[in-house]
Ligand binder design. Structure first.
Ligand code: ADP
Ligand code: MG
Length: 700
């Protein structure tokens, strides 16, 4: 039969149905195409051999030449393992098999010289290699060896079933024989010429069988570029389609609400960044497309007022607006803040949360549906089916990382036509990542703090300095300030964490006794009403110290609180630390953040703490966080498929990403439908990629 790249892998000579099944289940390789796109993780020098006495504990895969002098079977919990004593002139090591022992006993010979290949482990005072690849030295020398032998992704199961790296290399060779190494070009000539990209066939050959580093680098560059280029193309096209298909409500005018607020009631001069972002939002709202905008701004940068003024535009056009926040405390706080502003403008506003009483709830449902109620603030309660709007024009979501995508789309479907959506977040997504994840999702950034804000002094203190820290707290309270003390709460160790929190609370209570000192405590196991009560006491200044778990992380605003003490700070992630720190520094006073830790710190913890001490720039912090944790935890990355890259690395290959994005954008700008002859290759490739979803699983 003639071969094409969609041919199932079973047909490749030397594969057969057993191996094909394993390749499918373990590596997701279904077709020739999938196999070709199985790119090596790295390359090793197969012309280099180690002596046993040169082995190091951190060696990756290596080769050792030696002889098996003895086999031994050792019983273990389940079944047994087979050990071979392997020696060279410098020492002794072990080879270990947990499975396939019969085959090994029958096929490996004692006292013959072998090349053993694998990753050495240090165990019971000597090195061993588990499931090594074994080859007689004479065979090894006959086979062509290269200083750049690819190491393919693998799994333990594959190895134990004999699908070794060598085997994969072999079937890869077979694939190149059957296809004659000719592959359809997927990037147009002009682009390849401009960027000096090698052609597809050359790139694929050199990625799998590189002769030297230079050829390999060129191949890698070309394939990484291609991968990122088509993702960007896809994201940008998706966004264009979204914009042209989904009609929003054009808010044609800016009228009395907005104007009179701006003239008479705006409590302060807007910062330049706030004005710029408002203009961006205004222009979205006025167009025919539905706004879907992410508003990023560090804690305290003043997102709320921007959100409120956007709501006024909706109201000026006869629409309703809502604001959703992830917690009860936050919704109440937003509600109180907005209530004051709404009263001045005679705007009807209500609060809807899980603890809204039934009667009140019914009244709210009714007035939302008949349009009497103009603004609603609330929690998830807004998403309930019973909540229906007469004409919801703008939905604002605060701190979006707490809400899933599904929830957001629920808000969308509360109308015949989706409302404009503004998502606010204080956890900045590094710019670079944001665009690779969202393509052209519109992003506004408030990158300027309101004037007069003092920067927060941040220090790292060890537990043994606690007495000094207590003295500092006492001094600050004497000046009339309030203090947060926050304890970590990690789900996995919840009970221990609560114990830490309660122990901490007790020792604080001893150190700061009543009646001179009043202490609030808030944590997740408390009833909402109790939490609220304690919170309110702190907000009103009746208590000087707030002991809490991270429930206070999001949004809480107490300008008089000037000290944030974070206990076991090494256990918090960077973005969380940054969020917590943002709870202070909201008033005119100098504020402080004290990161308390034990003495033993991992390298990552040290980096996190140093970063916090060094900078308060949320974007800089986000970049460090991205480097430390990888993109997996950052919102949106799961859906975007950016984590399933086959060859590019979203962090290390950022330059290539920018380049790819630039070219994808430029091409689409000139030729939105990819209908020019010069873009035919792109169009075909793009269609192909969308068709065979399993091949490039990042096409969602
Ligand atoms: P965040 O972006 O964290 O949600 P907020 O909207 O809560 O920040 O604003 C933080 C504080 O700064 C609030 O007390 C708010 O009234 C105040 N604020 C916002 N914008 C300005 C401004 N332009 N000038 C002075 N104060 C401002
Ligand atoms: Mg806020």
């Amino acid at each position: 039969m003639s071969v094409n790249l969609q041919t199932p892998i079973d047909y490749l000579k030397g594969v057969g149905s057993n191996r094909a099944n394993l390749l499918r289940s373990e590596l997701g390789i279904h077709t020739y195409q999938d196999l070709i796109n199985l790119f090596p993780n790295r390359y090793i020098d197969r012309t280099h051999y180690y002596k046993i006495n040169q082995l190091q504990r951190n060696n990756a895969d290596i080769q050792v030449i030696g002889k098996i002098i003895e086999f031994k079977e050792v019983a273990q919990k389940r079944g047994k393992r087979l050990l071979a004593t392997f020696v060279d002139e410098t020492g002794v090591m072990e080879l270990v098999w947990f499975r396939g022992q019969k085959w090994i006993r029958e096929n490996l010979k004692l006292n013959k010289t072998y090349v053993a290949f694998g990753k050495p482990n240090w165990f019971n005072g000597k090195f061993n290699i588990a499931h090594p690849e074994m080859e007689l030295q004479e065979d090894h020398e006959k086979n062509l060896r290269s200083a750049m032998q690819p190491v393919y992704p693998s799994t333990e199961k594959l190895l134990s079933k004999g699908i070794s790296n060598r085997m994969i290399s072999k079937i890869m060779q077979q694939l190149f024989i059957e296809t004659k190494g000719k592959f359809i070009e997927t990037l147009p000539d002009n682009l390849r010429l401009e960027l000096k990209l090698v052609n597809k066939s050359e790139a694929l050959f050199n990625i799998h069988f590189p002769k030297n580093q230079e050829l390999l680098s060129k191949a890698q560059f070309r394939l990484k570029f291609e991968e990122l280029f088509y993702i960007q193309l896809q994201l940008i096209i998706k966004n264009l389609i979204h914009k042209s298909k989904i009609k929003g409500f054009p808010f044609e005018k800016v009228d009395t609400y907005f104007n009179s607020f701006f003239k008479d009631y705006l409590p302060f001069e807007l910062t330049g960044a706030q004005k710029r972002v408002l203009r961006e939002i205004r222009s979205d709202l006025g167009s025919n497309a539905q706004m879907n905008r992410l508003l990023q701004g560090d804690v305290g940068s003043g997102k709320t007022i921007v959100a409120f003024m956007s709501m006024l535009i909706a109201l000026d056009n006869g629409f309703q607006a809502c604001m959703m926040a992830p917690t009860e405390i936050l919704s109440v706080q937003h509600y109180n803040g907005l209530l004051e502003l709404c009263n001045k403008l005679k705007i009807k506003i209500q609060l809807l949360t899980g603890s809204t009483k039934t009667l009140k709830r019914r009244e709210i449902h009714k007035s939302l549906e008949n349009g009497d109620l103009q603004v609603i603030v609330g929690t998830h309660a807004l998403l309930e089916d019973k909540v229906k709007f007469k004409n919801l024009g703008l939905a604002i979501i605060d701190e979006q990382h707490r809400f899933g995508v599904a929830q957001r789309s629920k808000l969308w479907h509360k109308n015949i036509s989706p409302p404009h959506v503004l998502v606010m977040t204080a956890t900045p997504i590094p710019r670079t990542l944001a665009m690779s994840v969202y393509g052209d999702l519109d992003i506004s950034i408030i990158d300027e703090l309101p004037p007069g804000r003092q920067s927060i002094k941040t220090v790292h203190r060890y537990d043994k300095n606690r007495l000094n820290v207590f003295r500092f707290i006492r001094d600050e309270i004497a000046k009339g300030r309030q203090i947060y003390i926050v304890y970590p709460l990690i789900q996995e160790s919840e009970n221990m964490d609560y114990k830490d929190l309660m122990d901490g609370y007790e020792s604080i209570s001893r150190e700061f006794p009543m009646p001179d000192y009043q202490i609030s405590i808030v944590h997740g196991k408390m009833k909402a009403a109790d939490k609220d009560f304690e919170m309110q006491r702190f907000i009103k200044g009746e208590t000087q110290i707030m002991v809490a778990t991270t429930v206070i992380e999001v949004g809480v605003n107490v300008p008089n609180a000037s000290v944030m003490i974070i206990e076991s700070a090494e256990r918090f992630g960077l973005s969380q630390l940054h969020q917590l720190r943002g709870r202070v520094g909201r008033g005119a006073e100098q504020s402080y953040c004290i990161l308390m830790t034990g003495h033993k710190l991992s390298n990552d913890s040290k980096t996190r703490l140093e970063t916090m001490v060094k900078t308060s720039d949320g974007f800089e912090i986000a970049e460090v966080d991205l480097r430390l944790r990888g993109p997996g935890d950052i919102m949106g990355t799961q859906q975007s498929g950016i984590l399933n890259l086959k060859i590019a690395d979203i962090i290390k290959d950022n330059d290539i990403l920018q380049l790819a994005r630039y070219h994808a954008k430029t091409i689409l700008k000139k030729d939105k439908k990819l209908s020019l002859p010069e873009n035919l290759i792109i169009l075909n490739t793009y269609k192909q990629l969308s068709k065979y979803k399993n091949i490039w699983n990042y096409i969602s």
